[in-house]
Unconditional design. Structure first.
Length: 482
């Protein structure tokens, strides 16, 4: 029996079919990726600085941009496209507002018009104050299997939940919230039937609580189960689980009374007197800092071509960068390395076909691929070599209403001469140029105010499209001589 058990564990935790990566592109501080619900090959890459970029058929184009603050752990942290996005154009954004210090959290709606979503369509749903600290913002939006929008928030930052939010049902911090994003008669959203707490508004949005920094959570595409990666403090990193259809309604995940499977700081009132079973224990945790410092929650693999990774929960850690997975039936016994390392790993993503992605804060976004073909039904695979676009200005300061000189450089260059590159100011196309013999092009936009530009290169038969980092040019006043 012992031999049989050993063989079973070896099959569960072995690494015979390690994953590999396929580069999607390089972006400016990417932090999340998802797809259109009806088109898994139309990817939306979220950049922390406030931009959303679309990647489709090898082309890369700006889609939306909103003003955000990147103070501390802030920024544009995730998006969720409405299940009816193909007809409604609605998507939802989670970001920290543009305040210089301790910015508020915002959950808002954008509506696409054509191939982009104008800032004028932004409609705020929730504003959550986040005073005193600039970390632990949480940051995930996901539509649940029952069609409502779930939101994760951190505990307000600092250490030991010093703001005492996670256990407080009169605070929206340290929680998972659930709303129907359709406007009600009194609020810009409505409360779905079945929310567990009959609290005064807005605290009736609370779905579950006792979380420290649930930066990423997901729903299993097959079962609908909820998986939460909750970043620990200095003892444990944890994964929490809530089975469908209940999805953890009313659950208390324990922070700061608990940290993972261990006692936590316990400074909140009621920690010492909590009865047995008061807290939902994690299904998996690991040691911080020995094995990592900040869990990056992922997804249960349901996409094609992933071999024996199918059905396993895929996750990672910011400080380690290894892509790992475990079987939901025996997490601790089956945890294993999947053969992929991502520098500055800060998120996973999933498209509507179930294929998984890994995001590096350094710029690259990768699709995780197995040894089998990963073709989605009705989707023709596109295999193009990676492109890069660099952009620079002769000067970052230009006299007001004068023209700047912006140069773009595309690589690899071989065979790209004569290709086309486009200069963008936000979502506005400022013109297209032809690449010269060294694959460079120049633009001369007029500068009337502080302006941010990006350059895209179109896909061709061999190379995928690409987008540059943002380049900001500031006007300076002309001095009058007397």
């Amino acid at each position: 029996m012992a031999i049989a058990l050993g063989l079973l564990l070896a099959l569960w935790s072995g690494n015979a079919q390690a994953l590999s990566t396929q580069r999607v592109g390089s972006f400016d501080q990417p932090i999340y990726v998802t797809s259109a619900p009806a088109n898994p090959d139309r990817l939306f890459v979220v950049e922390r600085g406030g931009s959303i970029v679309v990647v489709e058929n090898g082309e890369v184009k700006p889609f939306a941009s909103i003003p955000v603050s990147k103070v501390g752990e802030g920024g544009l942290l995730s998006i969720a496209l409405s299940p009816d996005f193909a007809t409604s154009g609605r998507l939802f954004v989670y970001y920290t507002g543009p305040q210089a210090e301790n910015p508020d959290i915002h959950v808002a709606e954008l509506v696409a018009s054509g191939s982009s979503a104008p800032l004028s369509s932004l409609r705020n749903l929730l504003t959550i104050e986040h005073p005193n600290q600039d970390n632990h913002y949480g940051g995930q939006l996901q539509f649940g299997p029952e069609g409502n929008l779930f939101v994760s928030t951190g505990d307000g930052g600092g250490s030991n939940d010093q703001e005492h939010n996670a256990q407080n049902l009169s605070s929206l911090l340290g929680k998972v919230l659930r709303i129907d994003p359709d406007a009600g008669s009194l609020r810009p959203y409505t409360i779905p039937a079945g929310n567990p707490f009959a609290n005064p508004a807005p605290y009736d949005t609370i779905w579950s609580y006792g979380l420290r920094n649930p930066f990423r959570f997901s729903f299993d595409q097959l079962s609908g189960d909820l998986w939460i990666g909750d970043v620990g403090q200095e003892t444990r990193e944890e994964v929490d689980f809530a089975a469908a259809p209940g999805l953890g309604s009313g659950a208390n995940y324990g922070w700061n009374c608990r940290e993972g499977s261990l006692p936590g700081p316990g400074t909140d009132e009621g920690c010492g007197s909590a009865p047995p079973g008061a807290f939902a224990e994690p299904v998996f945790d690991y040691v911080n800092p020995t094995e990592g410092c900040a869990i990056i929650g992922g997804y249960v693999a349901r996409g094609p071509g992933l071999g024996d990774v199918f059905g396993r929960y895929v996750y990672g850690d910011l400080c380690v960068g290894d892509v790992r997975s475990f079987s939901p039936t025996a997490p601790a016994l089956t945890d294993r390395y999947e053969g992929v390392h991502i520098d500055s790993l800060n998120s996973f993503g999933e498209d509507s076909c179930g294929r998984l992605y890994a995001v590096s804060g350094d710029g690259p976004v990768y699709r995780l691929v197995g040894s089998d073909a990963a073709t989605c039904a009705g989707v023709q695979p596109v295999s193009l070599a990676t492109s890069f676009v660099k952009v620079r200005a002769a000067s970052r300061k230009v006299k007001r209403k004068r023209r700047a000189l912006i140069s773009a450089f595309v690589s690899p260059c071989n065979g790209r001469q004569g290709g086309r590159v486009t200069l963008w100011h936000g979502r506005r196309n400022l013109g297209t140029r032809t690449l010269d013999r060294v694959c460079s092009a120049r633009f001369r936009p007029r500068i009337g105010r502080r302006s941010t530009f990006r350059v895209t290169v179109r896909a061709d038969q061999a190379f995928a499209g690409a987008i540059s980092r943002r380049l900001t040019i500031r006007p300076v006043r002309r001095h009058r001589h007397r």
